[in-house]
Design a protein around this ligand. Structure first.
Ligand SMILES: *Cc1c(COP(=O)(O)O)cnc(C)c1O
Length: 320
């Protein structure tokens, strides 16, 4: 992993883990720590904590669940939305057999899966103001970017209509594949009837996931990244990604052959199209780059911009 900025107070090298201030002063319990800590300290803290965690006492306050990724998170959350809506309609004596969900035209395929699997009509509308409807934020990538480099952007529970948020731990959360998260604003937003209570593991354990068993390694890895990097570490990584994207963009512009179609702010990626695609198109560019080991997907755009194809390049936070 490459971090561009490494000089800060918390990066001083401390070799005696147990003597270090990182292990002696406790970390905030429900927040990401502000600063990074050395890897040995992060490891030791988690290791000690897991040892003490032999009995599965569950956190009943938490209204959220770890999932395999954002797709599972979105299935569960969509289901919660649907059930809550149905319960409200039933109570009002109104029909509840035709739920719909409104999305933008550019949503990830998991939303179409959700709609088809759970029999909810998917409606695409042009976004406009003035709606009073509960909102789910699909923050699969952005959820681990915006808080660190666009803290003033209001997209989360600061907005009263936002009821739930998902994020992929295995994207900008910096964990290897197999982890996502979904959180609900309050217990009221997750109908109790969807939660199963089991005691197979010795204590009451509420579960709301599609799969029952799941490895804990990604959860631990996410925890490790959060406390090891802290807020400053994630901010450094995201700033670095953004700077890389800007370098890439400038390089592409310098060739004079491409139109940049992505905005500078947002997910750190560069989307571009060919200025002149009479002789070669974006799919050929993608194909040629692939021969050199660069995976640069070429996409067609949503319905009203079908004529535009765009290869997107981004520099991963990790080097392979
Ligand atoms: C990646 C992505 C998903 C699906 O997430 P997985 O973690 O791959 O299941 C959903 N929505 C958006 C916006 C995504 O970028």
């Amino acid at each position: 992993m490459v971090l561009s900025k490494t000089a800060s107070d918390s990066d001083e090298s401390i070799h005696s883990t147990f003597a270090s201030r990182y292990v002696r002063t406790s970390l905030p319990r429900f927040k990401m720590p502000e600063n990074s800590i050395p890897k040995d300290a992060a490891y030791q803290i988690i290791n000690d904590e897991l040892m003490l965690d032999g009995n599965p006492r569950t956190q009943k306050q938490a209204v959220g669940v770890g999932t395999v990724g954002s797709s599972e998170a979105i299935m569960l959350d969509g289901l919660a939305f649907k059930r809550k809506w149905q319960n409200t309609r039933k109570a009002q004596g109104l029909p509840y057999d035709k739920p719909n969900i409104v999305t933008g035209a550019n949503v990830q395929v998991c939303w179409e899966k959700f709609a088809r699997y759970f029999e909810v009509e998917l409606k695409e509308v042009k976004l406009s103001e003035g709606w009073d409807t509960p909102i789910h934020v699909d923050a699969a990538s952005g959820g681990f970017i915006a808080p660190f480099i666009y803290p003033e952007l209001e997209w989360d529970f600061r907005l009263p209509l936002v009821k739930s948020i998902n994020v992929s731990g295995h994207k900008y959360g910096l964990v290897y594949a197999g982890i996502g998260w979904v959180i609900w604003r309050s217990k009221e937003d997750l109908p109790e009837e969807l939660i199963f209570h089991i005691n197979y593991l010795g204590a009451d354990q509420p579960t709301f996931t599609l799969n029952f068993s799941k490895g804990s390694s990604q959860v631990i890895a996410q925890y490790y990244q959060l406390i090891r990097l802290g807020f400053e570490g994630y901010r450094n990584v995201m700033e670095n990604c953004h700077e890389n994207a800007m370098v890439l963009k400038q390089g592409l512009e310098k060739t004079g052959r491409f139109n940049i179609v992505s905005k500078d702010d947002g997910v750190p990626l560069v989307a571009f199209s060919l200025k002149d695609n009479k002789r070669h198109d974006e799919f050929e560019v993608a194909e040629m780059l692939r021969r050199f080991g660069w995976i640069v997907p070429a996409y067609t755009m949503p319905a009203d911009a079908q004529h535009v194809t765009v290869p997107t390049e981004w520099k991963e936070w990790q080097e392979n």
